[in-house]
Write a protein that binds this ligand. Structure first.
Ligand SMILES: Cc1ncc(COP(=O)(O)O)c(C=O)c1O
Length: 292
């Protein structure tokens, strides 16, 4: 079946979706995006994703999106229906750029409409790695100073992720000035003597939606959380490390830079939070379906 996507107000077959070669997303990476998980047709943490996109659009001063980011949630739901994704798992991709205009660095005329693209795709979670754990490498974090904006401009993330893949690893854990910030496409948690460590919300990391859910689960379990940034040098002394993200869920890191983490297998805190996260993820879908 040819996928149906949304582009600039219309629902069209994927192969008919056309974007101008002058689009500032293409020329400059001048836009923001979101990825939202859906289970049985229900979008997980949809409001939080829409709020983050709205904040990103505001930060980049892309102001003329009709209905704002929240209006795109209705589009996302319709795409799940149109693409027969109301059962099982899917991801929705949303991207808004500053639109198409003759190439120059400064903003185009205020009348230039943003380019809005949304697609929905069948998704299979990385179950094997979630179960047995993944390898990661450390890499210098060479990104800009506004990583809290989910910009489409992902070059440093792509280069780091590629190096990880070439090293047989799932993720590159980024270290800026000796401090662990986050993964190339995940938030990073450490566990030391039962206490969670993760980077605080600053412009040096993305305010991860999954990170926020994991912090709620940790609070509900009475786990202590310390948001003092981890030093790169501390990584080797942690009992557990795990990665979290929309398409990653919770993934144990069992090997870092070729050395086993803790006992070399997924630890008890990671396992407990994984269980809690799965219950919340599938429970959220069930309660949404019951209320409709
Ligand atoms: C750099 C970065 N950090 C963290 C995350 C995890 O964020 P979320 O849990 O909102 O998917 C992502 C997700 O793509 C990311 O790209």
């Amino acid at each position: 079946m040819e996928p149906i996507v949304y582009l600039n107000g219309g629902f069209v077959p994927h192969r008919e979706a056309r974007i101008s070669a002058d689009d500032r997303g293409f020329l400059f990476g001048d836009g923001v995006y979101e990825v939202i998980r859906a289970v049985d047709g229900a979008l997980f943490e949809a409001g939080a994703h829409a709020r983050r996109m709205a904040a990103g659009l505001q930060a980049l001063r892309i102001g003329s999106l009709e209905g704002g980011a929240h209006a795109l949630l209705g589009v996302a739901e319709r795409l799940l229906r149109e693409n027969a994704l109301l059962e099982g798992e899917a991801t929705v991709y949303l991207q808004v750029t500053r639109g198409a205009a003759p190439r120059r660095h400064t903003f185009p005329a205020p009348s230039t409409p943003p380019t809005v693209y949304v697609s929905a795709t069948r998704f299979q979670p990385p179950a094997e790695l979630q179960e047995h754990g993944a390898a990661a490498i450390t890499q210098a974090d060479v990104r800009w100073g506004r990583c809290n904006v989910k910009s489409t401009n992902l070059l440093p993330n792509i280069l780091a992720k590629q190096l990880a893949a070439e090293a047989g690893a799932f993720e590159a854990i980024l270290v800026r000035d000796g401090v662990v910030t986050e993964g190339a496409s995940t938030s990073v948690f450490g566990v030391s003597r039962g206490e969670l460590r993760t980077h605080p919300l600053t412009p040096h990391i993305l305010p991860g939606i999954t990170r926020a859910v994991v912090l709620e689960l940790a609070a509900a379990r009475g786990l202590r959380v310390d948001e003092t940034p981890l030093r790169g040098a501390e990584l080797g002394r942690l009992d557990e490390i795990f990665l979290v993200g929309t398409t990653t869920d919770l993934m144990p890191v069992v090997v870092l830079d070729g050395t086993p983490v803790g006992g070399g297998s997924p630890g008890p805190v990671t396992r407990a939070l994984q269980q809690g996260y799965r219950a919340r993820f599938h429970g959220a879908a069930r309660s949404l379906l019951l209320s409709t």
